[in-house]
Design a protein around this ligand. Structure first.
Ligand code: NAP
Ligand code: MG
Length: 516
């Protein structure tokens, strides 16, 4: 019997003992985990290549976290072939057996939980709290999907007539290519790897090039927990070099991708083309970008609004698909909310996330830094700069949390995903206008409404078109099993990761009818 699902608790870092434990983990990681080399893994075989992808610490740009061997097109093809062969046995393993591997993997991560989180601090520049939440979510995905699979093992009930016995069961699909982003380097990478695995598919994992080390360590955890050779294959490589090869391969059945709109739509298009020798249509799960809005109604609580806007905009330096980068505020409370958000923001420390007092760390790399600083320049033309606006990339890629007020709803910084610590405020005269502005982007991922008006809550439930809508809180921080996650419109295929329908996207439903 498995215990009921309960999400992994977050660490309370206000407690001295937890602070000490985390500092110790950081020390261990700094001394013992950094600078190692990791091979590719194809059919259980370790392959070392001359070409490497080196992972650096975004807070200290010259510090090497580790390096991984880099796949060529030939190696990527070899990995798909290995996964296709392994599928012929893995598909027939019992669901409980597959689920148990996930439970064992979760237990093993829990034993080194702070060390894993400390690695996320180093590899992605996550402050403690954000790193801790990322690791907790990875554990959640393992625990939740394992339980889901056990529940789905015998399919779902359908009707039978006299003299006839009918079943509705789920069967695995085939080779899955998993392509995660760098921002939830542990949670999303783990989630989009283990969901297909536990559903009976074999996986080729191509990690994000900015954060391959956590992925290499996770694959080790899976192997130790009992994933057989060929069932998980690890092929780091540049997306632009091996991405098409993995997506186009005729033996690829599922592509599960989380990342930008640009790459996601490319994958969606390419996967639609039936290649010579291909005997199935490919399934694409693509979760993409966001431009997420917090609406503050005229009777909304100003302090709650300010705290929610601040957390949503600047948690992990705004590098979340769910980041609330646009605040749409009723004129009656507009000045008070802007003023309070600026105040809260200016009390916070931006710096090296290894220090407990840091609220916001760096952005991920030089390219991101340049892109975000470019948007800040655009913002200076489009709005009134009320906080931040500067960056410093001499040691790491640090950008001050930046706030623009009085921005037009159609402005670039109100429309395009910046993926950095930049917040834009727009003033509206009514709740109707607020909803209209909230819906005026091509994205539809998350949103929040701060209001005490029951009628407006009901209207927003119908008319605010996002996959994850929250009331009187921030628009980030979805929890597995509690807030299934995925977006509308150009935010993706709305797969709802961490939700009850997710695993079925990785399986083919089969109707079996026996006549007596
Ligand atoms: P990205 O640039 O699209 O990269 C995502 C992954 O795609 C990486 O592993 C990347 O590999 C790979 N890739 C690049 N080009 C490819 C190609 N031609 N074919 C196949 N794969 C390719 O996104 P990112 O910068 O890592 O992540 C940020 C984006 O993710 C934001 O837009 C954010 O909103 C979105 N996101 C969405 C969700 C959600 O649930 N909706 C969650 C998190 C993040 P390389 O690293 O080697 O380039
Ligand atoms: Mg790195």
């Amino acid at each position: 019997m498995t215990t009921p699902y309960r999400h992994e608790p977050f660490t309370d870092f206000s407690l001295k003992e937890n602070q000490e434990a985390f500092k110790k983990a950081l020390k261990t990681v700094n001394k013992e985990w950094l600078g190692k080399e990791y091979p590719l893994i194809i059919n259980g075989e370790r392959i070392t290549t001359d070409a490497k992808i080196v992972s650096y610490n975004p807070a200290k740009k010259d510090e090497v976290i580790g390096s991984v061997s880099k796949a060529t097109k030939e190696l990527a093809e070899k990995a798909i072939e290995a996964a296709a062969t392994a599928f012929e046995t893995w598909r027939y393993t019992k669901a409980e057996e597959r689920a148990n591997i996930l439970f064992r993997a979760a237990a093993s991560i829990r034993r080194k939980k702070h060390e894993f989180s400390a690695l996320l601090v180093k590899e992605a520049g996550k402050p403690w709290k954000e790193a801790d939440a990322d690791t907790a979510e990875a554990i959640d995905f393992l625990e939740y999907y394992a339980r889901q699979m056990i529940e789905l093992a015998n399919g779902k009930p359908i009707n039978s007539r006299e003299g006839e016995y009918n079943q509705y069961i789920y069967t695995p699909t085939g080779v899955t290519v998993s392509i995660p982003p760098w921002n939830f380097l542990f949670a999303i990478m783990a989630g989009i790897t283990v969901a297909p695995l536990v559903s009976g598919n074999t996986v080729v994992l191509k990690p994000a090039s900015a954060t391959p080390i956590i992925a290499a360590l996770f694959v080790d955890v899976l192997e130790e927990a009992g994933v057989p050779k060929g069932v998980i294959n690890f092929v780091p490589g540049s997306g632009s070099e091996v991405g098409d090869t993995l997506v186009d391969h005729p033996k690829t059945s599922i592509i599960t991708f989380t990342g930008s709109r640009e790459v996601g739509t490319r994958i969606f298009e390419r996967a639609a083309v039936v290649q010579p020798g291909q005997q199935h249509l490919k399934q694409v799960i693509a979760e993409m970008g966001g431009k997420d809005t917090i609406i503050v109604d005229k009777d909304g609580d100003v302090e709650l609004a300010a705290q929610s806007i601040f957390t949503s905009a600047f948690g992990f330096a705004g590098q979340k698909c769910s980041a609330g980068s646009r605040a749409v505020v009723h004129a009656d409370v507009y000045d008070a909310v802007v003023e309070r958000v600026v105040e809260i923001t200016e009390e916070q420390i931006t710096g090296n996330p290894e220090s407990h007092s840091t609220y916001m760390g760096p952005v991920i790399d030089a390219a991101s830094y340049e892109k975000i600083m470019g948007y800040i320049e655009i913002g200076k033309e489009e709005g009134r700069l009320v906080s931040g606006g500067t960056g410093d990339d001499s040691k790491g890629f640090f950008i001050q949390p930046t706030i623009f007020a009085d921005v037009d709803a159609e402005a670039k910084i109100m429309q395009e995903e910046i993926f950095g610590p930049v917040l834009a405020f727009s003033k509206v005269a009514s709740f109707d206008e607020a909803l209209q502005v909230a819906n005026n982007t091509e994205y539809g991922l998350t949103g929040a409404v701060i209001t005490n008006n029951r009628a407006h809550i009901e209207r927003a439930k119908q008319e605010f078109h996002v996959g994850n809508l929250y009331f009187n809180r921030n628009c980030t921080g979805a929890i597995v099993g509690y807030h299934p996650f995925g977006g509308f419109k150009m935010s993706g295929t709305d797969s709802k990761a961490g939700g009850p329908d997710y695993l079925t996207l990785h399986m083919n439903a089969k109707t079996v009818s026996e006549t007596y």
